[in-house]
Structures are given as structure tokens and as C-alpha cells.
Design a protein around this ligand. Structure first.
Ligand code: CTP
Ligand code: MG
Length: 284
């Protein structure tokens, strides 16, 4: 028991150090000019910490710092643009400290006020990207443990000619569509099954999602005209690009890329940092 705890704590420390060393070793990338937007302006209602989710502690750091270290370690970004909640000062200070540790030639870090929806936050960040940016990756700060290889797979697909690319994972559950029950059956159960989706065609979609910048800007411009119902139905950026008829390519995501949404997710993320898988999860 004692031995196991010691090993666990070593794994965790070495992991944090590995990412923090990479921060200081970052070198200019040879890729086309790529920016990474990190959306961190959500309130974290479902996590229930009474503070923005990006600020919530995870493995002795904040969720946002883990996410930023992953981006820097992947070495895909010339610029990192972080959307934080309007009026926030705590995250801005953390980002300023983080930026000081980046060596010359590392990414430029920009901070913008996010909006009231995730799409609004993305739009605010899109407006702050440097001239000459060709590709953009949009990443949820809530996916704090995304391995650097996932960023690289997305960036590689863009370099190979994709205008849009998402990391995706096969689903393990059987997924059914349902409708609200009406008529006499309503007293039996609230919903009735209307179909079963073919599982081999289904994917659970993650971030970072990568785009040709001009394409994503066009997609968000079109979404700016949506009514409230249409806007509420937008759950990722790829959806907007699909509406333009642009093909969206899918590369392999990673289980470690889970979106920290509920308290259970936070326990799982802590477990990934502390647990027996150790360095294996970094491979992605
Ligand atoms: N996000 C954002 N701006 C918003 C809403 C969400 O930048 N107005 C970001 C979140 O910070 C998060 C990502 O989008 O990194 C995914 O959103 P979600 O997991 O829903 O986070 P929250 O909105 O913070 O959580 P909740 O919905 O439980 O309040
Ligand atoms: Mg939300």
C-alpha cells in the first residue's frame, strides 16, 4: 500500500514536470501559421464549484493550466487565444504568470472576454487572431488532459489539406433515439424508443477541432444570424462548418480527452493524474 502511494505520487509529479519542461523548451513550429483558441469562459454550473470551471483545482493546478500546458507541449500553436469570463481577474493573472514562463519563440498568448454562449466565446477569440493565421484549432479548457498527440493529429490533417477536422472516438454504448410518450403509454414510462442508431457509424466528438481559419470565420458569421433556438442547438464548431457543406474529417481522439463536466468527471481526471496508468496516458 505504502509503495503504491509513493509510485503514484511520482507519476503525478513527473507528469506535471514533463509538461512544464516542455513549456520552457518550446521551439518555433514549422507548420503553417496555426492558432489555438482555448475557450474557458464558461461558468461551470454542472461542476458546482461556485467558480468558473477553468479555475477549479485539478492535481494541484487549475483546469485551465493543464489545458494550456497541453497546447504548448504539442508545439502546434504560433498564438494561443484564451477566452475567459467577462470581468474575471483570477484567470487573467494565472495566464500572465504562465506566459512569463514561455521562452522566446514560444506561442504568443492573447486573452479575450468570452461571451454568453460557447459560440460567442469562439467568435470573440476569432476576432483576436493575428493577421496571417492560416489554421485554427478550437479547444475546450474543460478537456484539460488532452494528450499533445491529439493536437498534432488534428494539425497534421490540416497540413494534409483538410479544411475541417475533429478528433473522435467510437462509442461503447448502444445509442437509441427516443420521443416523449403520449397517450395511454405515458403512465408506463416518460419516453418510448423510436430507433437504434448503427453504432459502427457513431463517434463521440472531442476537441481540439481544427479548421482553415477562413472557413471557420465564414461558418461563425453565418451562425451569427441564427435565432435563439438554432443558436442553442449549436454544440460544436464542426456543426457550423457542416452546414456550409464543407467536408469534416475525423482523426482518432483519446479517452483522456474527457470533458470535465460533472463532479464524477473531475474524480476521473484526478484518477488519470494519480492512477496506475502513469505515463501511458500521455501517449494519446
Ligand atoms: N465556454 C465558454 N464560454 C461560454 C460557455 C462555455 O468559453 N459562454 C467554454 C467552457 O469554459 C468550456 C467549454 O466551453 O471550456 C465547454 O463548455 P462546458 O463544458 O459546457 O463548460 P461550462 O459552460 O463552463 O459548464 P456548464 O455548462 O456546466 O456551466
Ligand atoms: Mg456550458
Amino acid at each position: 500500500m505504502v509503495r503504491k502511494r509513493r509510485r503514484v505520487s511520482f507519476c503525478h509529479k513527473s507528469l506535471l514536470m514533463a509538461r512544464s519542461t516542455l513549456v520552457t523548451m518550446s521551439i518555433p513550429s514549422k507548420r503553417a501559421v496555426t492558432a489555438v483558441i482555448v475557450v474557458a469562459a464558461g461558468s461551470g454550473e454542472r461542476l458546482g464549484y461556485g467558480m468558473p470551471k477553468a479555475q477549479v483545482p485539478l492535481g494541484g493546478e487549475t483546469i485551465l493550466m493543464h489545458a494550456l500546458r497541453g497546447v504548448v507541449a504539442s508545439d502546434v500553436a504560433r498564438q494561443i487565444c484564451v477566452a475567459v469570463p467577462r470581468g474575471d481577474t483570477t484567470l487573467r493573472e494565472l495566464i500572465a504568470d504562465f506566459t512569463v514562463d514561455l521562452v522566446d519563440g514560444g506561442p504568443e498568448v492573447t486573452v479575450v472576454d468570452g461571451g454568453s454562449s460557447r459560440a460567442d466565446s469562439v467568435r470573440a477569440a476569432l476576432a483576436a487572431l493575428e493577421d496571417g493565421t492560416e489554421f485554427v484549432l478550437v479547444h475546450d479548457a474543460a478537456r484539460a488532459l488532452t494528450p499533445e498527440r491529439v493536437f498534432q493529429r488534428v494539425a497534421d490533417a490540416l497540413s494534409s489539406g483538410a479544411k475541417a477536422v475533429i478528433p473522435a472516438m467510437p462509442v461503447v454504448d448502444t445509442i437509441k433515439t427516443v420521443a416523449e410518450t403520449d397517450g395511454p403509454d405515458a403512465s408506463i414510462a416518460p419516453e418510448v424508443v423510436t430507433g437504434t442508431a448503427p453504432r459502427e457509424q457513431l463517434r463521440a466528438v472531442q476537441t481540439p477541432q481544427g479548421f482553415e481559419l477562413a472557413t471557420l470565420r465564414r461558418a461563425h458569421q453565418a451562425a451569427g444570424l441564427f435565432d435563439d433556438k438554432q443558436a442553442a442547438a449549436v454544440t460544436d464548431d464542426a456543426m457550423l462548418v457542416e452546414l456550409l457543406g464543407v467536408p469534416v474529417h475525423a482523426v482518432r481522439g483519446a479517452s483522456q480527452s474527457l470533458k470535465i463536466t460533472t463532479p464524477l468527471d473531475l474524480i476521473i481526471a484526478e484518477g488519470l493524474l494519480e492512477g496506475p496508468l502513469g505515463i501511458r496516458w500521455v501517449e494519446g
